[in-house]
Design a protein. Sequence first.
Lengths: 77, 389
Amino acid sequence: MTADEARAVVLGCLSEIAPDVDTAHLAGDADLRRAADLDSMDVFNLVAAIAERTGVDIPDTEVAGLSTVDAFAQRLG
Amino acid sequence: MADLKMPSLGADMTSGKLLEWHVAPGDTVKRGDIVATVDTDKAEIDIETFDAGVIGALLIEPGTTVDVGTPIARIDGNGTPPAAPPAVAAAPPAEAFVHHRRVSPLARRIAADLGVDLDAVTGTGPQGAVTRVDVEREAGAERLVEAPAPAPAPVEAAPAVEHRAPAERLESLRAIVGELMTRSKREIPHFHLSREIDLSAALAWLEARNRELPAPERVLPAALLLRAAALAAHDEPSVNGTFADGGFRPARRVDLGVAISLRAGGVIAPVIPGADELSLAELMQALRGITDRVRRGALRGSDFTAGTLTVTSLGEHGADLVYGVIFPPQVALVGFGAVAQRPWAAGGMLGVRPTVVATLAADHRVSEGHRGSLFLASVDHHLQEPDQL
């Protein structure tokens, strides 16, 4: 998966689990929990959606360390 | 024959406006099928039927506002279609075909958003039902990289009924919550208790459990807290029920309201029915379900069964504790502040442990500090034995 593809997957999953977040204006390095106001359930759903779409199952222990779209994309790429 | 009535979706609802029918006369429905979408001051809510049968007649048009209890559709029989239903016997026209296909409301919504023609989608769900995944497959990967193209003409020629603009929605939601909270503060003699709870055992157990499981089956600390609250409400019934007609009516099971704050502002509290009878995994799935439906604006009538106790969790970036306001006619509200590393004294030593401050707001007409303390002690107790949760 290229970096662009990975980023597109993360943004696609994000708009699926949080349709009310304006993903078009979300900086790649913005903290999702703060900038997009994601709570722990939203992050859980994001990780589950990424697993469903790509087969990449990010372990729970790593999830807390991933805070931005770029970080999630890098983990996939 | 049964009438489908405008349901009461919470103590605060007196009327509802029909936005859309999801069925047509002649359609066979079973208990739990979504038949219509209704607008209330709180949210747009998908209404399920409690009767099985064949839709006989739709009694009101989209755009009509009626009082709670008004019949809005007629359902005939017990799932046995009439001898020769014309809609089924004749080759159905394309539009009727759409009505007869099983399409999950979520899939229907996403299809509308993405401009996907539902006729072109192959359903892979139960009995060929079209699911979200099917719609997304049809939509292809395009939506990932670019904004969806303007939707083509809608598949169903549904009459256009205006939805509330976001600002109007927030205003009506705040008004209805404000009214309820004003009533609560005026009528309920609140008292407040708090107890800090050591979560080290619970979180260690959860981490070990989650390590073995794929992402969708993991459990969040939030679900653990809900489970402990539901079990404690079972142990201490004075917090679980309603106050009506001058007296407390304890509830037999825990119908647990969960306060969820909306990103656009406002708070909504859908209910998980029978939360004390669900396993931890089932409770997690239920919590995931209501959160998902809140985020997508696809809540259902069954999400607004009358609750018997409500929990509010402030989440990881929340404040340390919450002094709750009870949702009338309930008699208590349980609050969980942010889970954080805090100093903790144990065995004569000061250490650092992950803790949460649990609070209880309760109704003095029904209980007092002693009973409330027993409830919080029970929450604590359950969290110290996570493998029993």
